[in-house]
Design a protein around this ligand. Structure first.
Ligand SMILES: *Cc1c(COP(=O)(O)O)cnc(C)c1O
Length: 451
């Protein structure tokens, strides 16, 4: 009998996060002030985010201890299972061994609380009373609502209007955990009012919601800080709990992955599973490939420009060195809402630039087919974002079959898709199409990336 699940005891949960920056051959260029173009300091960052998070953002320490209070809350759902996808292997008739980390078992249904919990904790420790953030499809907003409640913080979430109207369930999760959720653009901020003045029916965008959330935080510096769900180094740092657990669990399985796969929005679940394995590669000589997967419709890693870009539309965030499509790039309305961001985090971008990781773009219909096959063989209905990682795991498994060789594949199942069934309805009805932007379309905003 093949063993199905590899479970760690609570007492085996890793107690430190891993900081990839410590072991990179070339560290990312510094963040820059968007106006002065001078490197950002911890002091300037801590006007926007909690002091400890600003410190972590610029840290080069290899390991950072996970505070007791954060570990205690992680234990609500962690350690999460490493599962061998035996049903999927059988369906593909592949000699490859396929494993996945199931981050969908968190109360929120995704990996996002791995960072929401420490972000809420450090803000609470500092005496902050209110957190502001943005959310697209609602995964990050619900994670911060869940975490903020635990530490007694008020949470204001600016949710992109089109999702707010079309996808009420994560908004209702936020409300259930006691957070306020506003449809962005709102009349509460100058950025929102300007967008509404221009177009009263504006449906919003993630970049605009970020501007609103940052502006709202900066308006009340005594009580309020902003939190971000991806892209920044400290967020990826917190997510490495996934990869640290996976290393212990792969050892239980007596295997090491030949390839590690994750989908990339801003890069947090990908970095979370990949970075600890990259440490094994860089420091211990492990032979493995790491593949970042993005939608063909939002191809920042495979077709973006490597340079400096801002994280929002109004320029409240620092200039970040990254692969970007330009901050005003508007991807087509794919269902993987979490992957519709214009850029990828600095560490991931630098690793890709240096040829140390790979990137692949996949079409939407292939990802949804992969999601349905996964649901029918493994039982779990994956989030549309996570189906991107599954699609590439399937490609790798079929390649192993064609080459007639064994291969061990590990991917991050970043979340379940039970609240995204609309995507499956559209797919099953044959309504989904693939969209590849032309070079001309990408050229419209590509110039916003400073080289
Ligand atoms: C937010 C989200 C993503 C994309 O964000 P990353 O920071 O790149 O991980 C992927 N999968 C799920 C389920 C998400 O909620």
């Amino acid at each position: 009998m093949k063993r199905k699940k590899f479970l760690l005891e609570e007492t085996q949960m890793p107690t430190a996060w891993y900081n990839m920056v410590a072991d990179m051959p070339h560290r990312p260029q510094p963040y820059l002030d968007p106006k002065a173009h001078t490197p950002i300091t911890e002091q300037t960052l801590s006007v926007m985010i909690a002091e400890e998070l600003a410190r972590q953002e610029l840290s080069t320490e290899r390991f950072i201890e996970i505070p007791e209070e954060v570990q205690a809350m992680y234990r609500i759902w962690r350690p999460v299972p490493l599962v061998r996808a035996t049903g999927l292997e059988r369906a593909l008739d592949t000699p490859a061994h396929i494993y996945f980390k199931n981050e969908g078992v968190s109360p929120v249904g995704s990996h996002k609380p791995n960072s929401a919990v420490p972000q809420a904790y450090y803000n609470f420790k500092q005496g902050v009373k209110r957190l502001t953030t943005e959310t697209g499809a609602g995964q990050w907003g619900s994670a911060l609502a869940f975490a903020g409640r635990h530490f007694g913080l008020d949470v204001d979430v600016y949710m992109v209007r089109c999702s707010y109207d079309q996808k009420p369930y994560r908004r209702l999760m936020m409300n259930t955990w006691g957070a306020q959720c506003y449809a962005s653009p709102t009349m509460r901020t100058a950025s929102g009012r300007a967008a509404r003045a221009e177009n009263p029916a504006a449906m919003g965008s993630l970049g605009l919601a970020i501007s609103e959330a940052v502006e709202a935080a900066l308006a009340s510096p005594e009580t309020t800080r902003y939190c971000l769900g991806s892209v920044m180094n400290h967020v990826l740092l917190h997510q490495t709990i996934t990869g640290e657990e996976a290393i212990l669990q792969m050892e239980m399985a007596d295997e090491m992955p030949d390839v590690v796969i994750g989908c990339v929005g801003g890069g947090s679940n990908f970095g979370g599973i990949a970075f600890p394995f990259l440490r094994k590669k860089f420091c211990e000589g492990a032979q493995l490939r790491v593949v970042a997967v993005e939608p063909e419709s939002c191809p920042k890693l495979t077709r973006g420009t490597f340079g400096y870009d801002i994280g929002d539309v109004s320029g409240y965030t620092p200039l970040i060195p990254m692969y970007s499509l330009g901050h005003d790039f508007q991807p087509s309305a794919i269902h993987a809402g979490g992957l519709r961001y214009h850029g990828a985090g600095a560490i991931i971008s630098q690793l890709l630039h240096d040829g140390l990781i790979e990137a692949t773009a996949v079409p939407q219909t292939e990802t949804m087919q992969a999601g349905v096959l996964f649901a029918r063989t493994e039982g779990i209905i994956p989030a549309p974002e996570s189906t991107h990682a599954i699609a590439v795991a399937i490609r790798e498994a079929l390649r192993a079959k064609a080459e007639g060789c064994a291969r061990t594949i590990l991917f991050n199942l970043s979340g379940h898709g039970t609240i995204d069934l609309y995507a499956y309805e559209q797919h099953l009805a044959g309504h989904l199409a693939d969209y590849v932007p032309t070079d001309e379309e990408l050229a419209v905003t590509a110039g916003q990336v400073l080289r």
